[in-house]
Write a protein that binds this ligand. Structure first.
Ligand code: NAD
Ligand code: GLY
Length: 361
């Protein structure tokens, strides 16, 4: 098992990574407060709730099971969680436990940030995507009809418990989606990290029990380092959004036909294409990225029917990371060499959007 810490002064917290961390209840059950509410979804509850409840033992808790899917990340479901918590008598000293993928983690964290002006929560991520990214760093949010993650807060969990055995039931498509964030994180870190990924790609896709916890540890460590230096994204943290401004626009445009990780994979390729078009990125890096994305079983071209370039541009314009009406993007000069900027020729962005949507320029 690997233990690490996200260093944030008095809000620092541990991350436990490895097979069977869930059942090591003595690691985490004390400090939960007098009572907890577990938030999960119908799929995860059906597969893994008994394991979580076994770990919780006699600790007083109730469970709220939400529907599956991205649409669950709504203000209506925040209301459902708050209602449940009030009815169950959860006080300021109570704890929310997020037991699921990024959707459950994001909505539980957001509710914890606001309920009684902030209560503690624990992340028990059950997808690869949530284990390598969403459960760490304290970004919480729900969606609005007009865009993804538009209502949110920074609220750090008290602890993150990453049990890699939970991934055994994860469908191949969702595993691949998680690999998109693995690729993103190791690409934005360094050439060495990218090489490590290239040499472990096969083992990772086979869910190798040694390679997988190591990849998760690498990703969590990289993310923790960035978050410790810039918790509320005043600068450096924006690098973690590599591929995400394109990706969020695609996710909204496809209305659920693309899962988050697939949209991020395509967003990474679009960011690389634009960077290459600007003369910043060597074509070999784009090619290595494309190979990794393909090896992860992720799409490298937009599925049909494709959205229009103008639709994507309009959706990118709504991204909360924009400044002064300009679309701010994370672009690449190479592995580990990123630039967060709105200062690039608009024509270059148009060209990338048209290339991917198949519209004549
Ligand atoms: P998800 O939570 O919808 O989970 C994907 C699917 O896997 C769901 O159908 C879920 O029920 C199922 N599932 C979960 N665990 C399983 C298991 N162990 N076995 C079988 N099935 C399982 O999606 P996700 O990809 O985990 O997360 C995507 C969400 O995370 C998006 O809303 C995205 O915006 C958010 N996100 C947040 C951050 C952050 O920093 N807060 C970072 C990245 C992504
Ligand atoms: N997923 C991007 C971040 O946490 O900052």
């Amino acid at each position: 098992m690997h233990d690490m810490t996200v260093q944030l002064g008095e809000r620092s917290y541990p991350i436990h990574i490895g097979p069977g961390t869930l059942s090591l209840a003595d690691h985490w059950i004390e400090g939960l407060g007098p009572r907890s509410v577990v938030i999960t979804n119908e799929i995860v509850a059906g597969l893994h709730l008994p394991a979580l409840q076994h770990a919780l033992g006699n600790h007083p808790h109730t469970v709220l099971t939400l529907p599956d899917g991205e649409r669950t990340k709504s203000l209506a479901n925040v209301d459902a969680i708050v209602r449940h918590a009030i009815e169950m008598g959860l006080g300021r000293d109570g704890t929310f436990i997020a037991f699921g993928g990024g959707v459950i983690g994001d909505i539980t964290g957001f509710t914890a940030a606001t309920f009684h002006r902030g209560v503690g929560f624990i992340q028990v991520p059950t997808t690869l995507l949530a284990q390598v990214d969403a459960s760490v760093g304290g970004k919480t949010a729900v969606n609005h009809a007009l865009g993804k993650n538009l209502i949110g807060a920074f609220h750090q969990p008290r602890r993150v418990i990453i049990d890699t055995e939970l991934l055994s039931t994860l469908p191949a498509r969702e595993f691949s989606a998680g690999m998109a964030e693995v690729i993103k994180t190791l690409l934005l870190d360094s050439e060495d990290s990218l090489r490590w990924l290239e040499s472990h790609m096969k083992a990772l896709m086979e869910r190798d029990p040694r390679a997988l916890p190591e990849a998760i540890l690498r990703c969590c460590s990289i993310k923790a380092r960035i978050v410790s230096a810039d918790e509320t994204e005043q600068g450096h943290r924006a690098q973690l959004n590599l591929g995400h401004t394109f990706g969020h626009a695609l996710e909204t445009a496809y209305g659920g036909a693309l899962v988050h990780g697939e949209a991020v994979a395509l967003g990474l390729l679009m960011a690389a294409h634009l960077s290459q078009g600007l003369g910043w990125l060597d074509a070999t890096v784009t090619q290595r990225l494309r190979s990794l994305i393909a090896a992860a079983g992720l799409p490298t071209t937009l599925p049909s029917p494709k959205p229009g370039a103008d639709t994507l541009l309009m959706l990118m314009g709504r991204d909360k990371k924009n400044l002064g009406g300009l679309v701010r993007l994370v672009l690449l000069h190479g592995p580990g060499q990123l630039e967060v900027t709105a200062d690039y020729p608009r024509a270059a962005l148009d060209l990338t959007l048209r290339e991917f949507t198949g519209e004549p320029s």
